[in-house]
Design a protein around this ligand. Structure first.
Ligand code: 9WO
Length: 253
């Protein structure tokens, strides 16, 4: 899958493409990440890409033409790609959206800067706007990096079997269970005995119960969208009977 990123600070995105899971996927040829700087498509001597907002107000706005020329250039190299602008005004980028995006031949990601992108570019050249959270970053590059990492992990062969197992919980709309590793005890804190039992059925049941309970306590909104089986309901009831809200809240504070 080819990702093209139109960004004024490509180094932020290139860092993601050269390290870890995405870096390995690029080395293996499973993923291609190409950055294009709209400043290279500004035709004035100063390579201007922004200007003052009509109507007044603080800051600068990214101009239509350098973005459109850069976009036109990457579309030639990634013709079947959808074009996504990363903005605080976008629809929430979720695991479900990432799964859909992983089916695409390619993605063109527009990472703006300054106070915004000329609305005419968003209306004319962009298929969708995505937000990675309800906050304003200094630019869209970090958001583009989040999208690339999340989508790349879902592509066939990018993650090993063991790694991809970890995808399951969120793909079901649940938070993950707690994880522990050696030593068995540290500062008087022990690993839950069930995880040392070797009873894989009990361990799976414990993990499922923790996933359901933590999701209920920390992200009830996710549970609202998840149909629970009778077994899940029973596990959730067990969790709620055996833990106090305060304990969970303390963990979250
Ligand atoms: C800047 C700003 C400052 C004060 C009040 C409102 C404001 N909005 C913006 C703004 O949207 N700036 C953007 C910078 C222009 C597009 C790229 N930038 C950006 C993208 N900031 N944050 C994001 C982003 C993208 C995806 N998900 C979350 C945030």
């Amino acid at each position: 899958m080819r990702f093209d990123i139109v960004a004024l600070l490509p180094g932020i995105v290139e860092a993601v493409a050269s390290e870890g899971v995405v870096g390995r996927a690029c080395t293996q040829g499973k993923v291609q990440v190409h950055c294009t700087n709209p400043r290279d498509f500004a035709e004035d001597p100063h390579h201007t890409v922004d200007d003052r907002p009509y109507g007044g107000g603080p800051g600068m706005v990214m101009q239509y033409e350098p973005l459109a020329r850069a976009h036109g250039s990457v579309r030639k190299a990634n013709p079947e790609a959808r074009t996504i602008a990363l903005t605080p005004q976008g629809i929430p980028f979720t695991q479900a959206l990432a799964r859909e995006a992983a089916k695409e031949k390619g993605l063109i990601l527009i990472a703006g800067r300054y106070e915004g992108i000329d609305e005419r570019f968003l209306n004319q050249q962009v298929d969708a706007e995505w937000s990675v959270g309800d906050y304003v970053l200094s630019g869209g590059e970090l958001a583009a990096a989040v999208v690339i990492d999340t989508v790349a992990r879902l592509l066939p062969g990018v993650l090993g079997c063991a790694e991809s197992a970890g995808q399951d919980s969120f793909s079901e709309g649940l938070l993950d269970c707690p994880h522990y590793t050696r030593p068995e005890e540290i500062e008087g804190l022990r690993v839950p005995e069930v995880l040392l039992s070797g009873d894989h059925g009990k361990i799976a049941r414990w993990r499922r119960r923790e996933m359901l309970g933590r999701t209920y306590r920390r992200r009830p909104d996710l549970l609202d969208r998840t149909a629970l089986s009778a077994e899940d309901r029973a596990l959730l009831d067990e969790y709620l009977d055996s833990t106090s809200e305060e304990t969970d809240r303390e963990r979250d504070d």
